[in-house]
Design a binder for this molecule. Structure first.
Ligand code: AMP
Length: 114
């Protein structure tokens, strides 16, 4: 976790556009947005991916979803809709190995995803 970019944002060693934070979670705007709203929700604690979570993380994961829902409401996405994405490992396109949900909204999305 030494050079994890999201750990550095969480620790405020590098700047992030913070959208939400509490004792366990931080949400910040993606540096390369794929939609008008593109926010990343991450645990403060370094967890590599969904593959690394344990039963003890179940509450934390639930809170990530509730924070995503609240941010979607706050950014006016709730009625039209929004997408939550959690990429796990290479085939899914995970590029930062610190667990995160993408909250995407403000445009229409295709299904199936590319
Ligand atoms: P993933 O490909 O699912 O691992 O998503 C990683 C996301 O992190 C990408 O959408 C990147 O644009 C984003 N990202 C990488 N570095 C930063 C950064 N310094 N600040 C904000 N977002 C970042």
């Amino acid at each position: 976790m030494g050079d994890c970019i999201f750990c550095r944002i969480v620790a405020q060693e590098i700047a992030g556009r913070i959208a939400y934070e509490d004792a366990d979670l931080v949400a910040f705007h993606d540096i390369n947005p794929q939609a008008p709203v593109h926010i990343l929700i991450v645990p403060r604690r370094h967890i590599e991916s969904l593959n690394a979570v344990t039963q003890e993380d179940a509450h934390l994961l639930g809170r990530m979803l509730v924070v995503a829902r609240d941010l979607a409401r706050e950014h006016g996405l709730a009625d039209d809709g929004y997408r939550l994405v959690l990429n796990t490992n290479r085939a899914a396109g995970q590029s930062v190995f610190h667990l995160h949900f993408h909250l995407l909204g403000g445009r229409f999305f295709h299904w199936p995803p590319g």
